[in-house]
Design a protein around this ligand. Structure first.
Ligand SMILES: *Cc1c(COP(=O)(O)O)cnc(C)c1O
Ligand SMILES: [Zn+2]
Length: 414
């Protein structure tokens, strides 16, 4: 990995060799998230905007020279990333804006953004010769890891809160992972996984602990800019739980700026559910990540329910360094956003994903967005992941007798 120069602590700035530490800064323990450092000259010698035009690879691996994996490491067969970016003039019009795009990450193999990180995780696990991979998850990270691990035949063990939506638990089981339902919150599952992985020597994919997850997640930012012909958008709306996606988006944009492929870095907008808004709170109060303490987390958007966001240092930097903002939206606003997005784009989102759109609507309401800004909304997971919450705002459809008369009667009353 001669394109990687080291791993830098997000708290103290100490830098370590990639063979020196695996996960976190030894001085800061499990909170010492590391940031992968690159040699952009080496990268620029291997990949360019021109070489990408000629590269037909329809996955995150089109950017392999920009990802911290060995150049000759085999990659999993499942096709992750290179997801569609749809312009939506109707969503834009609804909000009085001119240019709104949605990035549909629900079309990934296990139907969420988490596949981007898990694809990198299984490559790293193989690089270190791990025999078992594990993760804590609210549901999607585990589904992604179970699917990607199944694709290369790597055994996986999963820790999810027992309250995770049934569709996600079904994914874990069907892919053949060993599933342990934790009788507690996601935050408790994270702590448990740290202990277990250390005790058993398993490779730990957990978000905000494994530094390479940011590198998988950043590929969405690379794709957005390439899909917009390297005219970076003005603002990107990101739903935030642990803060790994938002940190990854920031990282991808910084990479592109360092390479001179984009001429500005978009403002990054972090959106949290009111009931799980530790990062909004820290941003408003000017706190650093390491000054934050665990808060209660309770929202219908299970994928972004995190009391102490694990990637909080990177998540706060993403918004502060780009002059963006953190905003909170209510569970009702999240539920209401699901059909609005679906009816105006054709993309059905799970609650956490719809949160990004609810955040855009909130930002417009607060006058934070100018009408001519070019806006991207990250739709991070499929609506099929959580039917129960989606149906909460839907009316019961009528039941009709199988006759023309019955249909006519129903249509008259509509
Ligand atoms: C995990 C997840 C998020 C939030 O990502 P973080 O890195 O935890 O902030 C948002 N939406 C969906 C669908 C997710 O699965
Ligand atoms: Zn440190």
């Amino acid at each position: 990995m001669d394109h990687v120069t080291g791993l830098k602590c997000t708290i103290c700035g100490a830098t370590y060799g990639v063979d020196e530490v695996m996960y976190v800064c030894p001085k800061h323990g499990d909170d010492g998230n590391l940031d992968v450092q690159y040699d952009y000259e080496v990268i620029a010698s291997r990949i360019s905007r021109e070489s990408l035009v000629a590269n037909p690879e329809p996955s995150i691996w089109r950017y392999k020279p920009l990802i911290a994996v060995e150049p000759d490491s085999p990659v999993p067969p499942l096709r992750v990333g290179w997801t569609p970016l749809y312009e939506s003039p109707r969503l834009a019009a609804l909000l009085g804006l001119k240019h709104v795009w949605v990035k549909d990450d629900g079309v990934n193999p296990t139907a969420s953004f988490k596949d981007r990180a898990s694809a990198v995780a299984v490559v790293k696990a193989r690089e270190v010769g791990a025999e078992i991979i594990t993760t804590a998850s609210t549901g999607n990270a585990a589904a992604a890891m179970a699917g990607l691990a199944a694709s290369i035949g790597l055994p996986a063990v999963i820790f999810v809160p027992k309250t995770a939506p049934p569709a996600k638990i079904a994914q874990h089981l069907i892919y053949g992972a060993r599933v342990l339902l934790v009788d507690g919150t996601y935050d408790m599952a994270v702590e448990l996984t740290l202990k277990v992985a250390k005790a058993f020597g398993w490779y730990n994919r957990s978000t905000g602990y494994n530094p390479y997850m940011t590198e998988g997640k950043k590929t969405a930012a690379l794709e957005i800019c390439e899909q917009l012909a390297w005219n970076a958008p003005d603002r990107i709306f990101v739903p935030v739980g642990d803060g790994c996606i938002i940190g990854g988006i920031h990282k991808g944009l910084k990479d592109l700026f360092a390479l001179g492929w984009i001429d500005h870095i978009p403002k990054i907008m972090g959106i949290q559910a009111e009931g799980s808004s530790a990062l909004v709170d820290a941003w408003e109060r000017g706190l650093q990540g390491w000054e934050m303490t665990e808060q209660p987390a309770d929202t219908i958007a299970d994928s972004i329910s995190a009391g102490l966001p694990r990637d909080r240092n990177k998540a706060l930097a993403a918004v502060r360094e780009t002059d963006g903002a953190y905003l909170r939206v209510s569970d009702q606003e999240i539920l209401d956003a699901i059909p609005v997005v679906a009816r105006n784009t054709g993309v059905f989102s799970e609650p956490a994903a719809a949160t990004a759109y609810a955040g855009l609507a909130k930002a417009v309401e607060k006058g934070l967005v100018a009408a001519d800004e070019r806006i991207v909304v990250l739709l991070t997971g499929s609506g099929l992941k959580d039917i129960k919450n989606a149906m909460k705002t839907m009316p019961e459809p009528p039941i009709v007798a199988p006759t023309l008369e019955a249909v006519k009667a129903v249509m008259r009353n509509a």
